[in-house]
Write a protein that binds this ligand. Sequence first.
Ligand code: FAD
Ligand code: MLT
Ligand code: ZN
Length: 489
Amino acid sequence: SETYPEIKRNSKFAKLSQEHMQYFQELLGSGSAVLDGLSKDASEDIEPYNSDWMRKYRGHAKLVLKPGSTEEVSKILKYCNDNMLAVVPQGGNTGLVGGSVPVFDEIVINLQRMDKIRSFDEVSGILVADAGVILEVADNFLAEKKHIFPLDLGAKGSCQIGGNVATNAGGLRLLRYGSLHGNVLGIEAVLPDGTVVDDLLTLRKNNTGYDLKHLFIGGEGTIGIITGISILCPQRSAAVNVAYFGLESYEHAQKAFRAAKNQLSEILSAFEMMDGRTQKLLRTGAGKKLPLEGDHPFYCLIETSGSNTDHDSEKLQNFLEHVMEAEIVSDGVLAQDQTQIADLWSCREGVPEILGHWGGVYKYDLSLPIADLYDIVNDVRDRLTNAGLVGDDDSHPCIDVVGYGHMGDANLHLNIPVRRYDKEVEKQLEPFVYEWVQKKSGSISAEHGLGIAKKPYIGYSRSDTMIKLMRQIKDLYDPKGIMNPYKYI
Ligand code: FAD
Ligand code: MLT
Ligand code: ZN
């Protein structure tokens, strides 16, 4: 676990007392809505809320609160603000930048009890729901109504839609359905002083002044707590097909992407890339049987979603013939049924989990010009190899340097699976990776956010002016600074 020797607890924040505890217990009841680690030993119950999905970041909260309504969130925040108690909003705790766990003793406010679907309009496709609804639950509900949540990602079984909005998660189908900045139509949120921001509109068009909901989308819990969202959900496609290819080089992957856009155009719903190394780690680490024989340097997963099976099949057939004949892909497989679709997707969605399997993983989530996307993986591998840090045995901290990600959105996940976290590796990686990205005018966080992990590096992707403007917003909405302190802003 990582500690934060460079950060000091801010003494302006109060320490939790029995009096505070009594207030929260009276408000929420003494049942499971209050995990109290102050008056009784609840450290085991609290532990999962103090440590993140990667077990890399760990805080020391003594209190976890699980409000059941917006009104309760409002009362909690107002009390915390009046009493200088720092808080961390928490959804499914699947965030990858240490933003969802406390740094010191901040109170965790977890939204899991706010899990109601409020309404769904079958004509417009607009869903209104509590922030704590689990993404997969929302999507299963929508499936029954022949609709789809416009976001999908590997953590869908645990992450919450409020957490997704708070991180502005991108995921596997952004290429098709666009960013949450486009799909989210309204937000209900609570500011630190208890004010309920009642902007839960269900309008597609509304040009009446500043569109303030966007501050909460990707705000990472630094200005308020999202308690409800309204979101535009597309029709669920009747015909879904998935193909998985092996390719000779990243050049070939780019050609395949162009061919896919050209020939599959409106039915293309995902274009994901995995290098051969990640697929190999899936085989050796998780014992996964890969869909294709042999080793290929690159793999792509393509999904199409359309309304007419015959029309889609014909397009896909033409596309497959083209990429095979033109020798763009070396080998490929097309899923024949739902089970195979799930199996092909698991070659992509299983990657994050396996990379942490050997002890730890350094993760970089980068936006880069698509032509240069993979170069950084080679450069970082050369650098760490030359420093003697990558190898097959225990004397080397790094297992390998790999790349995968949402190629269709020019979003690369550069990952370094390690046997142990190691200062030598860190020195080689940073600021090298950030400087590399800056030179290409890329982004050091395409979709995971900044949290605490990327906090010192925001300047590689944002100018001083932009950071100053962000600071002003933070100070305006959270003047006492109780919301998710020590994080990116
Ligand atoms: P948490 O992790 O609990 O919180 C994340 C941040 O949002 C924290 O800063 C927290 O304070 C804040 N927050 C949470 N809820 C609220 C709220 N109601 N109001 C205000 N602030 C809040 N991300 C992608 O973009 N694309 C992917 O493809 C993707 N795949 C993933 C796959 C796996 C296996 C895992 C573990 C993570 C993945 N992620 C991905 C990262 C992560 O951002 C998402 O899992 C998800 O959006 C986080 O939601 P959550 O409910 O778990 O939020
Ligand atoms: C993904 O695309 O799999 C997620 O963003 C998680 C990760 O980067 O590992
Ligand atoms: Zn991703």
